[in-house]
Ligand binder design. Sequence first.
Ligand SMILES: Nc1ncnc2c1ncn2[C@@H]1O[C@H](COP(=O)(O)OP(=O)(O)OP(=O)(O)O)[C@@H](O)[C@H]1O
Length: 299
Amino acid sequence: MIVIEQLTKKYGTTIAVDDVSFTAAAGRVTGFLGPNGAGKSTTMRVLVGLTPATTGTATVHGRRFVDLPNPGLEVGVLLDASAQHAGRTGRETLGVAAQFMGLHRRRVEEMLNLVSLTPTEADRRVRDYSLGMRQRLGIAAALIGDPQVLILDEPANGLDPAGIRWMRDLLRGYADRGGTVLLSSHLLHEIEVIADDIVMIGHGRIVSQGAKSKLLHAAGTLVRASDLPALERALTAWGLTASPSRDGALHTDADATLVGHVAHQAGVALSELRAADSAGLEDMFLELTSTTQREGVLA
Ligand SMILES: Nc1ncnc2c1ncn2[C@@H]1O[C@H](COP(=O)(O)OP(=O)(O)OP(=O)(O)O)[C@@H](O)[C@H]1O
């Protein structure tokens, strides 16, 4: 389990991370979602001891990363796939990691198989790897010590659609076996398909967090009708929210049954009625993050 408590990180006058608290639980994939510059990487860097916190704490299984005697056996980390030693081959990279952690050499071959790097690719120097191959190698290095916790910063960067599907299945299986996964992304869709829990961050502050299913539920209902303005008035009169969505439908916080009832009472025929699902989550993401971004710019 990862616990971040009241974490703040300042660089001079820039507040990169502002009083952030959340947990990533065992057996679940926690998606850390936010636009560029929101503070995801900084939070992760503090978590793995690469940057000191200004205030607050970040722990893995109750301990700070720097206090773990052999961290690679407990926490797998992939922060920047391009930071690997360019002059080493993929096999050498994993060999060094295995040696460092006191692991048997066969783990190298197991990991190469796991991430589908062929023998020829494994003997190529990392400088000649594509970004996708570097991500695979980085995931192999993160997993080589068979840790119970994985921390991955934008792991899908550079992966093609098949690679993204592969990584999703890998992380799903890992969490289903009881592992803790914290992964960041600035792409909602990526997080939406893989995460059980979502932590949204904007301008260094948490703007929303919770189980994905709850956040999706909170996304409300989309409805189209013969007379949308009349339905909007009726919903508002019931004390419900109702606002035009980007694609010309009406978005409301009421559930589908209630919308049907209100429409019936108002004599409005419905032509579409469905959970707002990802579109609603996207609206929420854009709205929440743009608000905090704007506040940041004005501050
Ligand atoms: N070493 C540093 N010195 C000064 N400012 C920094 C430093 N590292 C990060 N920042 C600032 O902190 C803020 C958060 O950056 P961070 O890299 O954590 O965001 P992010 O959410 O990971 O973004 P991205 O999706 O672009 O990677 C940004 O305003 C960034 O410019």
